[in-house]
Design a protein around this ligand. Sequence first.
Ligand code: FEO
Length: 396
Amino acid sequence: MNTTLRDGIDWVGFVDWNVRDFHGYITKRGSTYNAYLIQDKKIALIDTVKGPFSEHLLNNIRDIIGNRKIDYLVCNHSELDHAGSIPAVMSAYPDAVVVCTAKCEKTLAMHFDTSGWKFQAVKTGDSLSLGNRTLTFIETPMVHWPESMFTYMPEEKILFSMDAFGQHYATSNRFDDEVDLDAAMFEAKVYYASIVMLYNTQVRKVLEAAGGLKIEIIATAHGVIWRSHIGKIIEAYKEWSSERFRRKVVVMYDTMWNSTEKMAEAIYEGALIPGVEVSLIHIRKTDLASIAYEIIDAAGVAFGSAILNLDIMPTAHAVLSYLNGLKATGRAGLAFGSYGWSAGAVDEIENYFRKLKWESIREPIRSNFSPTPEILAECRKAGRELAEKAYEIGSS
Ligand code: FEO
């Protein structure tokens, strides 16, 4: 495995082939926790790995520097998939100085006993000489946490970007030109939808701040390192954070005895007009990350649920709450669902639409138990109207 970014700069992270659940995000391809070791007159480690894998990290470091010591441990982000092994590193290298933002120092103290650690707080524009090469710092609040930052090495034009531009993608290859690029871009988009979409505004600011940097390598904290397709991933981030929608409709639903499913299928059929892409998703059979991926650039969403215990189904709450948390705002919406004796419960979908700032194209379509041919015709008509709206507000 080639782990060398530049002479004296190596990946020393961990490939987690078997992780499948990342706080609810189903990671079908596993993930990696990327840490980087820089050998100069001083030695710096950038980020660590999840706590259970600290021995792998330490072995990777020892394989490269033997008995030499780490001088600086740069913590770009204190979430535990990257900071979890800091205690193990500080135990092995107690004289290392932890370099991070002031907020990060406070956050680390809430995770660990940091009383014996030496800290150097940095802010945007600060730099740290390692001898022949320099680390400079750019605060990136809310990408992904309030304490986060990028580290940039101007001499080598490397941006250590922590979560940004990452992917949950386990592979034995470390670089974008050594893997299937479509797979890397797909996983980067799934990652953006579930981890980063909430912070679109901050991402746009960070892209602007990073725009003046000459970048030849983006060393992410997850997945492959970008060195041959930097323009592609940066353009993709600009597009995903732009909140411009495509001419796309997502029809999603949960169903009990297939009545809501029949309505969903009729809406789907109606939405199939030229120039509009349409997806049909049974939400109980689909993980949240895949739903977020589908929704990220969809201009229109039809959302349906059967009624269970006088309420929309628990899965429907979960999906709508997840999208609300991600601030997936601004779509055109259509609510629908079947019911037995609680027709009003479908209104709960519209309550979520209001939170999401989705504009309903019409009142909810309701079916008392199995949909009649008339209701299915109404669903097809509404599906067409939603697709026409998506065509109007989306771009190709
Ligand atoms: Fe990969 Fe926000 O941690």
